[in-house]
Design a protein around this ligand. Structure first.
Ligand SMILES: Nc1ncnc2c1ncn2[C@@H]1O[C@H](COP(=O)(O)OP(=O)(O)OP(=O)(O)O)[C@@H](O)[C@H]1O
Ligand SMILES: [Mg+2]
Length: 567
């Protein structure tokens, strides 16, 4: 089902990122105005200083020394104030944006969950939430406004030079800005493009590998594969460093070339000003001021030339984040459909494949209704969990119908479906919160009585009572000390607490001993009148409580004789 994704162009990433700014774009505009005026004020300090020197050297300057000193000091103060506001606004935008981006990523993950997330590496999602978002923060705080500031400052200076000093000096400045701010960055971005992408890719793959190794450390130790794994981590780390070094070398080379260009343009301005003064085209005062203005004006364009190295990383990060935000979920939530009140479910002629040409389920039919316990057996990988996921619409069935009380599943509001149907999957995730919070995620307003009852039914009540802090024990502090069976029973209690009318149990007792299994099955049987249970299991002892048993084999389903239930 996975398709090779086409990478967005730089322009598409930039515009996509700017659209994400939303109402923060006004703050960005103010930051740019402050930044531009701030830089021009800074230049005012040197320009008015140069004016003073020019006047002292006999240039025809109309301003008095008092005005010149006043304007120089005024520009200095303005520079400070404007810089403060620019920085304040930039950081305000950056921090707000971090929150906005993380929210958007979380929203996207929620939308894509659970189907699409099954195939995404957790490490790369973590890299996205941390590193990519940080890179984008740099983009907004240190890329967008420098570009705008550079543009404003360059246009202002070229205009001032052209009309007040000399059009020749204006031309030299313009050529310098175009070379340093546009031509060089374009060349170096082409030159570094693949290195930035390569670095981000290695970084994300290293994170995924490292996370995976930490998670699987027990198995690594058990199989005495520590040395090998360590070598692999070291290898990946070395290749990541080599990639970073390659990128850094290119960035440094680009910086050297830029500095050389700045010197070249300044020298040209000095030569041109000298020629103009010698030929009587301008006086010495204007010549000095022109050169001082040009020499001091490269700050914003130099900032631009430093962008490509970051920019290629930014584009790679931006592309990944935008791709996630724009990714189409495997199924769209139904919002304007019908609500349901579970009575029965009918699956008929349903086929499903994750990959083309390989049908996991092939025209499957089954029926279950309130008051029943229906079993599903089948070999590992035969599609049992897939069928349950289709009944929850985690994936879109490819043909056939799944109907709840004669209403097609695709027309039922997703929230109503999830209120009526719940699933205990093969692995229960416990949050790093108290056991109570882990249970009440299923029903936030549950009373103590309801919680106790659900725990008794899942045969986990006495275990929780035996913990020193009972329900208030943090699941995280138990960590791996919580046995798989205890974890599974807490998952079951969570589902019972939810009180859904259809409960899909995927191997609910696979890790539970026979005494506890007996108790859980008895409670399932005793409470069957209020609900319907679809039970997937390999165990015959579990299937003994089922009213009907279906077997999935080679994608086909068939009802098996209840007295001769075999796998
Ligand atoms: N997200 C997915 N993408 C691609 N293939 C998948 C995905 N999930 C499951 N499969 C494949 O679909 C087939 C059926 O998987 P499923 O999990 O439904 O089997 P199962 O009967 O529940 O097995 P088990 O008894 O081991 O839990 C397997 O071959 C599995 O590898
Ligand atoms: Mg399964």
């Amino acid at each position: 089902m996975s398709k090779q994704r086409i990478r967005r162009s730089g322009i598409a990433v930039m515009s996509g990122l700017i659209v994400l700014l939303g109402s923060l774009s006004y703050a960005m505009l103010f930051a740019v105005i402050n930044g531009s005026l701030g830089f021009l004020s800074a230049m005012g300090v040197t320009a008015f200083g140069a004016l003073g020197i020019a006047k002292a050297l006999g240039g025809s300057i109309a301003l008095s020394y008092g005005w010149i000193i006043g304007l120089t000091v005024g520009c200095g103060i303005m520079r400070g104030l404007l810089r403060f506001f620019e920085q304040y606004l930039n950081h305000f935008i950056a921090f707000r944006l971090l929150a906005v981006l993380r929210n958007k990523i979380f929203e996207a993950l929620r939308r894509l969950c659970p189907a699409k997330l099954e195939s995404k590496k957790k490490g790369s999602i973590i890299a996205m939430i941390t590193a990519d978002v940080e890179t984008l923060e740099v983009f907004y705080a240190h890329t967008v406004s420098p570009v705008c500031i550079a543009l404003t400052v360059c246009i202002t200076i070229v205009t001032v030079l052209a009309f007040c000093i000399s059009p020749y000096l204006a031309l030299i400045a313009l050529a310098g800005y175009v070379a340093i701010g546009i031509v060089l960055p374009l060349i170096s971005s082409r030159f570094m493009k693949n290195d930035g992408v390569d670095y981000r890719r290695r970084f994300s793959s290293f994170n995924a590998f490292y996370m995976d190794s930490v998670k699987g450390i027990k198995d690594i130790v058990l199989h005495n594969a520590g040395e090998k794994r360590l070598d692999e981590v070291a290898d990946k780390s070395r290749s990541l460093s080599a990639s970073a070094l390659r990128l850094k070398k290119k960035i440094t080379f680009a910086q050297v070339i830029t500095e050389a260009f700045v010197s070249l343009v300044t020298l040209s301005a000095v030569a041109a000003a000298a020629a103009l003064v010698i030929n009587g085209k301008t006086d010495i005062g204007k010549g000095i001021i022109g050169v001082v203005i040009i020499a001091g004006s490269f700050g914003p364009v130099i900032a631009l030339s430093a962008l490509p190295g970051n920019l290629s990383q930014t584009f790679a990060s931006g592309d990944r984040v935008l791709a996630l935000i724009d990714e189409e979920p495997a199924v769209h939530a139904v919002e304007n459909g019908k609500d349901m009140d579970f009575g029965s479910v009918d699956v008929s002629g349903v086929s499903f494949s994750y990959q083309e040409n390989y049908k996991v389920l092939d025209e499957v039919c089954m029926h279950a209704q309130k008051g029943e316990i229906v079993g599903i057996v089948g070999e590992s990988g035969s599609g049992k969990s897939t069928l349950l996921k289709l009944m929850l619409r985690f994936w879109q069935k490819q043909c056939g119908t799944i109907e709840y009380d004669n209403e097609d599943i695709d027309l039922i509001n997703t929230s109503s479906l999830l209120d009526n149907v719940t699933m205990v999957s093969q692995s229960t995730y416990l949050f790093d919160e108290t056991i109570r919070e882990n249970l009440t995620i299923a029903k936030q307003d549950a009373t103590q009585e309801q919680i106790d009852d659900a725990c008794r039914r899942a045969s986990v009540y006495s275990f929780i009572q035996s913990l020193p802090e009972g329900y208030e024990t943090k699941a995280g502090t138990l960590g791996d000390n919580l046995s798989a069976g205890e974890r599974q029973r807490i998952g079951l209690a969570r589902a019972f607490l939810r009180g859904s009318k259809l409960i899909l149990l995927d191997e609910p007792t696979s890790n539970v001993d026979s005494i506890n299994e007996g108790m859980i099955l008895k409670s399932l049987k005793d409470n069957r009148k209020d609900a319907c249970i679809i039970l997937v299991s390999h165990r015959e002892s579990t299937m003994a409580i089922a009213d009907r048993v279906y077997k999935i084999q080679n994608g086909k389903i068939s009802e098996v004789n209840i007295n001769a239930k075999t796998r």
